[in-house]
Design a protein around this ligand. Structure first.
Ligand code: FAD
Ligand code: NAP
Ligand code: SF4
Length: 677
């Protein structure tokens, strides 16, 4: 019987020799756990929860077929029988929950961050310091054998198949494109030669594993780099891969070195699904759509209109392991939606830290952060319904405590309500929708419009009082700071005060950049930005006539003239997210924002903002000066002498520490404290 809520997305997929229980794929995410043998029991629990939550097919993080393919030194490798034992923990856990799992084989080629990197040609990538050696003919043969051995070992480990990673600019992509393949032998030149390596790998893996084993291939269908493949070439490769024995054709968008964002939160949802739709018309095996698909209604629509047979979502399964079960039960509004921030997943991966999730700190920590039922129910007050307080109150209630959540405002969200006003951050509203549902389902008593004080709290006899009151914006000491030209970021984003056409922003942290993007936006253009508009803005040709889908971006039409200022002499925006900061910098640069470092603020007067830069005086003749100069903790509720008070007081989020505060820390602190009460 088709599922009444998502009949297409949740329909089984018969592959001939095996059937997938629905059309969702948990895409490959490197967690860091796969790199160390002693972490495989944690990895097994991480995947077990996703299999129990209903994922149709799970893909592991990338496992290298040999050492030269390592992304990082000593990264996860499968090249000997000794590797099987650990992987069996993973496959057993997934199978016990009725799921299916394939192991991704990833050879990073010139993206490797290690000295033994190889590629099609000796051409360094812009994102690794190591120059690769061009593979010799015998090196290519040994690489093929490594893939075959790796796939056989995966089969012995109990995997239902393998995914061969051919996109995002990794080794096989490097062979496929003229950008990185300068060879003049039978592995380079024409597309027939450039695709010889991936096709030969698939052909020989198929011969080795037999016909009843999934081979999924992740094919780059829009390279988004100069020297990337044309659509005609993409199709030719896809057809050859099908011929060679691929079961499912997954798709990838953009190389890691591409200067077009493909997954950050400002990319419109399901932006690239139509490209997968064009591929589907050219092959007869199942095709998977991917990139910025984060809710079941998009997955349903993509499959219903015939753009793909399956949808791959990687980060959404970090955010909510129960994604599929909730959708199936008609409870999609209870899904903890991935907001595409990258802060705890990709930013961690690229900093060599274990991947987790901003909205779900249990991700990757399933065996360590557990929400167990308490044997001693306590009366708990949480003050502040921002990310920290929402997290603390819902986890405490889930653990069985009697929780009251107070906020002085008339709605939940704290600073997230302000963040979601920024163009491209519309997803942040989903987190508040999720928490709204979670408060109700866990039975938290919500007391809005109540600015509580310490005496009131003490009078109510709570066992524990969690202060999550956040921050107050910092007002810098500056002559003229009370001039009518001066506004705070709250005046702009929350109170919507009118802002002139020429603006100086004091403070170039995350909020300074966000205010810049907000003020650049032409209010006549509806939000979220329409897809066609976004494509022309970033210079994307989804038809991929040539050059990997790149065209000249449309000239910018900034709505305001903006200066973004900081006192530090470091690069403006250097502290932004590792995998998303460049998008914010590029957006502001394209729109002519003048970013100044090493600024000293002198005064604000009727003329504008007087500053010095490198000792030289300068007047910025602006209509408004917006203060985004950081924040200070709001801790008025904390007693001076903690020992005197019966209830245990705790501080979390911004109330605990305003510097380096973000929602990732706020939510994690809330969950950890509540789980330990
Ligand atoms: P807050 O969110 O400040 O919540 C505190 C709550 O306490 C408020 O609702 C307040 O009304 C309530 N309160 C205070 N005093 C009392 C009292 N006495 N009685 C009752 N209620 C009280 N972070 C990220 O990680 N990624 C981002 O991309 C990001 N973008 C941002 C963009 C903007 C424009 C802004 C402003 C912030 C952004 N942040 C971002 C920061 C993030 O929102 C904060 O780190 C986070 O909200 C801090 O959570 P918190 O719960 O500690 O405090
Ligand atoms: P922030 O990142 O700490 O930036 C504060 C800015 O104000 C800095 O540029 C700082 O630079 C400047 N500043 C500090 N004290 C000043 C003073 N006395 N006078 C003038 N300038 C001063 O903080 P934020 O922008 O307020 O953001 C708050 C938190 O929200 C951040 O920790 C951030 O992680 C989070 N956030 C994240 C994102 C994201 O996209 N991930 C977006 C928004 C916010 P100088 O000292 O060099 O002048
Ligand atoms: Fe999604 Fe952000 Fe969580 Fe990564 S950290 S999975 S992008 S919500």
């Amino acid at each position: 019987m088709p599922n009444q809520h998502y009949p297409n997305l949740l329909a089984p997929l018969d592959l001939g020799f095996t059937t997938l229980r629905n059309r969702t794929i948990m895409g490959s995410m490197h967690t860091g756990l796969e790199d160390r043998f002693y972490n495989y029991h944690k990895l097994a629990e991480y995947f077990r929860e996703r299999a129990r939550g209903g994922a149709g097919l799970i893909v592991t993080g990338g496992i290298s077929p040999n050492r030269r393919g390592w992304l990082l030194p000593f990264g996860g490798t499968m090249n000997s029988l000794g590797d099987i034992w650990n992987h069996k923990k993973v496959t057993r856990a997934v199978h016990e929950e009725g799921g299916k799992i394939v192991m991704q084989i990833l050879h990073s080629g010139r993206y490797g961050y290690q000295p033994f990197v190889v590629s099609a040609s000796a051409k360094k990538s812009p994102i690794s310091m190591f120059k690769p050696k061009a593979l010799s003919e015998s090196g290519i043969e040994s690489t093929i054998r490594s893939y075959v051995r790796c796939a056989r070992l995966a089969q012995k480990s109990g995997y239902d198949g393998v995914e061969i990673m051919g996109s995002e600019g990794y080794l096989l992509n490097q062979f496929l494109c003229a950008r990185t393949n300068l060879r003049q032998d039978r592995w380079g030149g024409s597309i027939a030669n450039r695709m010889r390596l991936p096709v030969e790998i698939v052909r020989r893996v198929r011969a080795a594993v037999g016909k009843n084993f999934i081979i999924m291939y992740r094919h780059s269908i829009l390279d988004l780099v100069e020297g990337g493949n044309s659509w005609q070439e993409v199709i030719e490769v896809a057809q050859a891969l099908q011929q060679a024995g691929v079961t499912i054709l997954n798709t990838g968008i953009g190389w890691h070195e591409a200067r077009v964002p493909t997954i950050v939160t400002s990319v419109p949802r399901a932006a690239f699904a139509s490209v997968a739709g064009r591929l589907k018309k050219a092959v007869s095996i199942p095709v998977v759509a991917s990139n910025r698909i984060n809710m079941p209604d998009q997955g349903e629509a993509i499959i219903a209109r015939g753009d793909a047979d399956m949808v791959s979502m990687a980060r959404p399964f970090l955010a909510d392991p129960e994604f599929v079960n909730k959708a199936a039960a008609g409870r999609a509004d209870e899904i903890n939606t991935c907001i595409a921030c990258n802060q705890a997943c990709l930013d961690h991966t690229f900093s060599n830290k274990r991947a987790s999730c901003l909205v779900n700190p249990r991700a990757g920590h399933e065996t360590e952060l557990r929400y167990l039922k308490t044997t001693r129910r306590k009366r708990v007050a949480v003050i502040g319904a921002g990310p920290a307080g929402l997290s603390a109150s819902t986890v405490a209630a889930e653990c069985g405590h009697d929780v009251t959540l107070f906020d002085s405002s008339d709605s939940i969200g704290g600073q997230f309500k302000i963040a979601m006003q920024v163009p491209g951050k519309e997803e942040f509203a989903e987190t508040l929708r999720y928490f709204g549902k979670k408060l109700a389902s866990t039975g938290v008593k919500l007391a809005l419009n109540q600015r509580v004080n310490r005496e009131q709290l003490l009078a109510q006899g709570f066992d524990d009082i969690i202060v999550a009151t956040g921050i107050v914006p910092r007002t810098p000491k500056l002559e003229g700071v009370n001039h009518p030209k001066v506004l705070s970021y709250l005046d702009v984003l929350l109170h919507k005060k009118p802002v002139g056409k020429r603006v100086a922003i004091i403070g170039a942290g995350g909020i300074g950049f966000d205010v810049g993007e907000y003020l650049l936006h032409d209010p006549a253009v509806a939000l979220p930005v329409p897809l066609t508009h976004w494509f022309t803005e970033w210079g994307v040709d989804p038809q991929a006539q040539n050059n990997g889908g790149l065209i000249t971006p449309e000239p910018a039409h900034p709505y305001r003239q903006i200066y973004l200022l900081q006192r530090k002499v470091s690069k403006v925006g250097a502290g932004l997210g590792k995998t998303s900061g460049w998008v914010h910098r590029a957006t502001l640069q394209r729109n002519g924002v003048e970013m100044l470092a090493g600024v000293e603020y002198v005064k604000v007067d009727d003329q504008g903002l007087h500053i010095t830069v490198g000792g030289a005086a300068r007047l910025l003749e602006v209509d408004h000066v917006i203060l985004c100069a950081g924040q200070e903790s709001l801790t008025e509720l904390m007693p001076e002498n903690l020992a005197e008070h019966g209830p245990r007081f705790h501080k979390i989020g911004g109330a605990a520490l305003a510097s380096e505060l973000d929602a990732k820390r706020a939510i994690k602190e809330g969950a950890e404290l509540a789980a330990s009460l």
